[in-house]
Write a protein that binds this ligand. Structure first.
Ligand code: SF4
Length: 405
């Protein structure tokens, strides 16, 4: 498995697969062709189906158009075999380069690597949570200590930067009002949720504040603000909501929060290694479901959970999202994505509580749920995997347009 830096990427929303990944690919192609007179970029499958709403064209043009004119070709019904998010770059002289945006902002050249996209090496020797858990039990260590053993020491400075970026996104998001970009004219809600939550007694306030924090980051993401993929842009509100809430409510030190982030990152890394964190590949279970598993583990770690209790919390966070489809209306990372982050954040707190009441013993291991998630994701028809053609995105008489409200 690779560094946690690959899971937590700091950048602009709204989509790690559709903006961060393609932008990175465009930069690599431009570095090879700085003298090009024109560029043509063909977007295939899910990348083309929801690319307009996710601003994929803008992300690519931002990089290439200062150098030469760019033609974007959309082929939403053509899926390449390696991954549903595919793109091909060409110049006026040819030199086609096909790459895939495989989730969380990562780019892969697929089965025919050319070396144009540098591949970072594996630094974790164990790749299943069961093996990592055994290591923890054998050595009397915590999950974050396994991260510490495998990464170089600068990971802690990086996680501090991640934590500061997450907090800044929460604070910007709860302060901003107005409407989000795009044809849905969706109003930001974090600010009102925050104010209303403050007026309630503590039992309800907790839930209201967690909603507000998750909405804040997800709304920042939807408006192209700077956020951290955790593990993706679409699911970027879950972990900050849980950690921001716990750090304020329980006075956890930054060091404890960084340890929790390391534990959460390890959970995300195991899923990325053994399954997928791409909505186009496995549906939203791989994005918001995985974010919930990561946040559940982080919360359980903060409250002193044992390795098996933390694994149990993560397992429940993912298990109860199995089968969740990806069907964003108009291809925007807004409905259902934003609310979904708020619900996953509170579910993560519930998973922690449930695991904390247990002794950690349970029947279904996290690794098995990861396997099931991958299989379920591949069995789900592609209509429900970031094409914006099925589910909520299909529209019906029950969807209220802004004019009708
Ligand atoms: S529905 Fe889920 S997977 Fe799909 S774009 Fe929204 S957050 Fe991402």
């Amino acid at each position: 498995m690779k560094s946690l830096r690959e899971i937590y990427r700091i950048g602009k929303g709204p989509s790690s697969s559709h903006t961060m990944g393609p932008q990175k690919a465009a930069q690599a192609y431009l570095a090879k062709h700085p003298e090009a007179k024109s560029f043509r970029v063909t977007l295939y499958g899910s990348l083309a189906a929801t690319g307009k709403g996710h601003m994929t064209d803008v992300a690519i043009e931002d990089v290439l158009s200062p150098i030469a004119p760019v033609e974007i070709v959309w082929k939403p019904s053509e899926f390449l075999a390696f991954h549903p998010n595919a793109m091909k770059f060409e110049t006026d002289k040819g030199d086609p380069w096909t790459v895939y945006s495989v989730g969380g902002g990562a780019i892969s050249e697929g089965p025919n690597p050319t070396g144009l996209m540098p591949v970072s090496g594996d630094i974790y020797d164990l790749t299943s949570l069961k093996d990592i858990q055994n290591w923890c039990d054998t050595h009397g260590r915590a999950y974050w200590e396994y991260v510490d053993k495998c990464e170089d020491p600068s990971i802690w400075d990086y996680l501090q930067e991640v934590w500061e970026t997450m907090q800044a996104a929460v604070e910007r998001g709860i302060d901003r009002e107005g409407v989000l970009p795009g044809p849905l004219n969706l109003q930001r809600k974090a600010s009102t949720y925050y104010i209303k939550a403050k007026g309630y007694k503590q039992s309800l306030q907790t839930r209201g504040l967690v909603y507000a924090y998750a909405l804040a980051v997800s709304e920042e993401n939807a408006s192209g603000g700077i956020i951290v993929t955790a593990p993706t842009c679409g699911a970027s509100g879950v972990i900050p909501a849980v950690l921001y809430h716990l750090s304020r409510g329980h006075n956890f030190s930054d060091q404890k929060i960084l340890h929790a982030l390391a534990t959460a990152g390890l959970i995300g890394n195991v899923v990325k290694e053994n399954a997928s964190i791409s909505g186009a590949d496995v549906g939203c279970q791989g994005e918001v479901g995985v974010a919930c598993a990561m946040a559940s583990a982080a919360a359980c770690q903060l409250f002193g959970g044992s390795p098996s209790q933390i694994e149990y919390a993560a397992e429940m966070g993912l298990e109860h999202h199995l089968g969740m489809t990806c069907d964003p209306i108009c291809g925007l990372v807004q409905i259902p994505c934003i609310e979904r982050n708020a619900f996953a954040a509170t579910r993560a707190l519930d998973s922690n509580l449930y695991a904390s009441f247990s002794d950690g013993m349970h029947r279904v291991h996290f690794d098995h749920v990861v396997e099931v998630m991958m299989q379920t994701g591949h069995d789900i028809p592609s209509l429900y995997k970031e094409t914006s053609e099925g589910g909520l995105a299909k529209g019906s008489g029950y969807f209220f347009s802004p004019e009708e409200m």
